[in-house]
Design a protein around this ligand. Structure first.
Ligand SMILES: Nc1ncnc2c1ncn2[C@@H]1O[C@H](COP(=O)(O)OP(=O)(O)OP(=O)(O)O)[C@@H](O)[C@H]1O
Ligand SMILES: [Mg+2]
Ligand SMILES: [Zn+2]
Length: 533
């Protein structure tokens, strides 16, 4: 007997053999049973999900000697000839290769004649979105007034490219990517029936690689079976497909999270020696980290990540073990690496560099949320002297926290710098805390009883020396604002000739209301803050 490819040999021959696509199958079966057949159908969906198969089954369901029936017998001459593709009344047109208008005109001519043997002449038009505009228009004419003895079943992987005028004349069914689990099951079934020895892990990789296409999965298994006579292993699959063994991804994540330098170096060596495509590896590793992230943050991860059950358990375990900050750090580091690799020839060098950096015992610490940690540190003074120092800024709003991490951490340093330049300012400054940061403006809060302190600190030269200390430590030029009431909204007054930043709080309210002239306000501020020109 001639050799038949898996995908043809394993093509579903009735509706119940179609995997997934429950909605489409059920609706079609019901319609056939109820005698409510449309004259044109549009099957939309990605490649290898069963569109052509379903079209042929529908053709049989309509034309079976015992039909129309939702369960074609597959025994009668009609069914058999449709399965073999020898029936003259079933016309399959591949629009990808015949996209011209002549072809559709010919089709239109033929449509006039009644079927020679079957009840209905059926046109199966594959990849219908590929038709030229004139061919589309010609097709539209047939669809507008279809003779009762014909039926159109069209299929497309790109429904958005099908003219709306065509789409609206069809009954549309959507076909979806087939789940990894279902693909795995089908592959198992085929390998058992075909006596192919294959490891379960190897099948899992094929199922994932096929990305929802059963046709691709069948094809890969067939290809592997043809060159591996004994047992098909994970290695066979990864080397054929150029994909990464899951095992390696779990291993690599473990090594990095454990900061195991020796194992890390050996791992990299094996990756290079194994001829693994580095970009693919990093891409897969990022996917792996993303999965871990989902398992850490989403209660029902199986709802959003598709993977075999055995893997779900492993992800669960690794996600549990991984520190959240560590995971963020790795995502950042390997995400950056991936970006760099895309524009560079030195992929291996870049990989080595990132590897070493991420294996450092202290790496990733910077990514930790600075707020809780620095507060804790400051509550336990490092030296007796620091008792005099204030608490660091507290309750800084969340978005400002990141920006001010360095301020909080270095609060003592900042205070010491202020102390060096003016001890009286330090005495007042040391008692207060920043509570809000808006862009580059830091707001410090003082107890309402300390309005005198506030006035003193608010003097331009005092503000300047505090800003200088802040800049020295954090690198950022902050504007500073002292207030005795929290959460006030501050409008910045623009003073054209000056870069000095003042806020409405620096100006008596009645002056703003009555004058509103920036020159008046400026004159006032100049005096108040001893600005020399
Ligand atoms: N839903 C499915 N159930 C069972 N087998 C399927 C299914 N989808 C695809 N297959 C397998 O893949 C082969 C190809 O499927 P089919 O030609 O029906 O896909 P298609 O959606 O028309 O793909 P394409 O858009 O690439 O033409 C089938 O012969 C069968 O082996
Ligand atoms: Mg098809
Ligand atoms: Zn039949």
């Amino acid at each position: 007997m001639a050799y038949i490819s898996f995908y043809r040999k394993w093509r579903p021959q009735d509706f119940d053999q179609i995997i997934g696509q429950k909605y489409a199958v059920k609706t079609l079966k019901n319609a056939i049973a109820a005698g409510r057949l449309a004259h044109s159908y549009m099957f939309c969906g990605p490649r290898g999900t069963g569109k052509t198969s379903a079209a042929r089954i529908l053709a049989k369901a309509v034309n079976c000697a015992q039909g129309p029936t939702p369960n074609p017998c597959n025994q009668c001459e009609n069914c058999k000839s449709i399965t073999n593709g020898t029936n003259v009344d079933i016309l399959e047109i591949d629009a990808a290769s015949n996209n011209g208008v002549e072809h559709i005109r010919e089709l239109r001519e033929k449509a006039k004649y009644i079927p020679s043997a079957l009840k209905k002449k059926i046109y199966i038009v594959d990849e219908v979105h590929m038709l030229s505009t004139s061919a589309f228009n010609a097709l539209l004419k047939v669809l507008e007034e279809p003779p009762p003895h014909i039926m159109f079943i069209m299929a497309t992987t790109e429904p958005q490219k099908v003219l709306p005028t065509i789409m609206s004349r069809c009954q549309r069914f959507d076909f979806f990517p087939i789940s990894v689990e279902d693909i795995g099951k089908k592959l198992k079934k085929i390998s058992a029936a075909e006596h192919i020895g294959v490891d379960d892990d190897a099948l899992d990789i094929i199922a994932k690689y096929a990305k929802g296409s059963l046709r691709d999965a069948d094809g890969i298994l067939e290809q592997l079976a043809s060159f591996e006579q004994d047992q098909i292993t994970v290695e066979d699959v990864t080397s054929l497909l150029g994909v990464v063994d899951y095992e390696l991804l779990f291993q690599f994540a473990d090594i990095l999270m454990g900061r195991d330098v020796k194992k890390g170096l050996l791992f990299a060596h094996n990756i290079f020696a194994g001829n693994q495509n580095l970009e693919v590896f990093i891409q897969e590793f990022l996917d792996h980290l993303y999965h871990l992230y989902i398992f850490q943050h989403y209660d029902q991860p199986q709802e959003i990540v598709e993977m075999p059950e055995t893997f779900q358990k492993r992800y669960q375990a690794q996600a549990k073990k991984a520190a959240k900050t560590d995971l963020m750090f790795l995502i950042q580091a390997y995400g950056d690496l991936y970006k760099q690799m895309k524009n560079s020839e030195g992929a291996a060098t870049l990989f080595k560099t990132t590897l070493i950096l991420t294996l450092q015992p202290s790496s990733g610490q910077l990514q930790q949320d600075p707020l809780p940690k620095s507060i804790k540190q400051s509550k336990k003074p490092a030296s007796p002297d620091s008792n005099k120092h204030p608490a660091p800024p507290e309750n800084i709003q969340k978005d400002a926290a990141a920006a001010n991490g360095s301020i909080e951490k270095n609060w003592l340093k900042i205070c010491n710098l202020v102390k060096k330049s003016k001890i009286s300012v330090h005495a007042m400054f040391a008692e207060i805390s920043a509570y809000r940061c808006d862009g580059n403006t830091l707001y410090f809060y003082l107890d309402p009883k300390k309005s005198w302190h506030k006035d003193q600190l608010s003097k331009k030269n005092n503000k300047d020396l505090i800003a200088k200390a802040l800049k020295q430590v954090s690198g950022t030029q902050y504007r500073i604002h002292f207030e005795t009431e929290k959460e006030k909204t501050h409008k910045t007054i623009a003073l054209d000739s000056q870069n000095n930043d003042f806020t409405t709080e620096d100006v008596p309210q009645n002056m703003v209301k009555e004058s509103g002239q920036s020159s008046d306000i400026y004159a006032y501020l100049k005096e108040k803050f001893e600005i020399k020109e």
